[in-house]
Design a protein around this ligand. Structure first.
Ligand SMILES: Nc1nc2c(c(=O)[nH]1)N[C@@H](CN(C=O)c1ccc(C(=O)N[C@@H](CCC(=O)O)C(=O)O)cc1)CN2
Ligand code: MG
Length: 295
């Protein structure tokens, strides 16, 4: 048996298309495009690639993109001053500070400086709190993208056993909250979990977000489980090459799973598509208009 591949790239393209189709209505009523400001500090090459992709995707969706590239000598105070300036800028509906930040800058202090109404990453403690108590707010892009893929594949998630492997504030915890809202029975597993394979084997839904290359293997899975792999790990390949792998050992897992996201082409592309969705949702909320249905 071989499970289906869940095509996150194709789903993300359709979501980006739906956002692009909804933008003209906003432009018509507000006489301006929704705007996303992305701030990057330092020279991390992968982060620069992601920021370029975000800028291009924003413009392709008909929105305004404001990119701020700061040197790695930037102080925390200078970065927060820029965030505060963007908070006051009416052309900016969404603010995203690309992570990781250089050593010496406290991520938390910077994220807490973002106006929660413009926090399109959903990382601000106000948005994390709203998610925890089931109030409307901005939800982190990667977990929301994972949930969209799960609902598209499985429909009603009510009553399913979900195991989230990883407890980060930006993926594991919000993912667990979203699955709980869907009436899943949720377990968050982590590095101290006893008998991790045994815990994962209970799951109808496995979300892997540990940052350990190919850790979760096929023999850890319940047959037919749906596997969402959030990991993006670059490892040594043949010769001088590197290759990208997830937190799941794709080949063995695919033999057991009912459906599985690949890396690349699974969850990664959803992150940017949901960012566009969140930017439009934030813009509508700031303008006091209803968000487009079905986004
Ligand atoms: N402020 C934020 N920082 C970071 C986030 C985030 O959501 N907000 N997430 C990641 C990086 N990231 C977006 O910023 C991101 C990572 C990966 C992909 C993606 O499409 N990956 C491709 C593979 C790309 C490759 O070949 O390297 C895939 O999985 O198919 C998009 C966005 C950390 N920082
Ligand atoms: Mg992410």
């Amino acid at each position: 048996m071989s499970g289906d591949i869940i095509d996150g790239k194709a789903f993300a393209e359709r979501l980006r298309q739906r956002v692009a189709e909804a933008v003209p209505q906003f432009v018509e009523t507000e006489a301006r495009a929704p705007g996303l400001a992305v701030v990057i500090v330092g020279e991390d090459p992968a982060s620069h690639v992601y920021v370029r992709s975000k800028g291009k995707a924003t413009v392709a969706a008909g929105m305004a993109s404001f990119e701020h590239r700061l040197p790695d000598t930037t102080s925390q105070e200078e970065l927060i001053a820029l965030v505060e300036q963007l908070n006051l800028d009416d052309a900016v509906d969404g603010i995203l500070v690309q992570l990781p930040l250089p050593a010496g800058i406290d991520d938390k202090a910077v994220i807490e400086a973002i106006d929660p109404a413009k926090d399109v990453d959903g990382f601000h403690v106000a948005n994390a709190g709203r998610l925890a108590v089931g109030e409307e707010g901005l939800v982190p892009c990667t977990p929301l993208g994972c949930l969209m893929l799960l609902k598209d594949r499985l429909g009603d998630l009510s009553g399913l056993e979900a195991v989230v492997v990883g407890r980060s504030n930006i993926v594991g915890k919000p993912m667990a909250q979203l699955l709980l809202q869907q009436n899943c029975t949720v377990t968050i597993a982590h590095s101290r979990t006893r008998d991790l394979p045994g815990v994962v084997r209970r799951a109808d839904i496995v979300v892997a977000a540990v940052g350990r290359p190919e850790m979760i293997r096929g023999d850890w899975l319940k047959p037919g489980a749906t596997v969402i792999d959030v990991g993006i790990n670059r490892i040594a390949g043949e010769g001088d090459r590197t290759r990208l792998v997830g937190d799941v050992d794709f080949e063995s897992a695919r033999q057991v799973a009912g459906g599985i996201t690949p890396v690349p082409g699974g969850v990664g592309p959803m992150t940017i598509a949901v960012l566009l969705r969140n930017t439009l949702v934030a813009a509508c909320a700031r303008a006091g208009i209803a968000p487009p249905a079905g986004l």
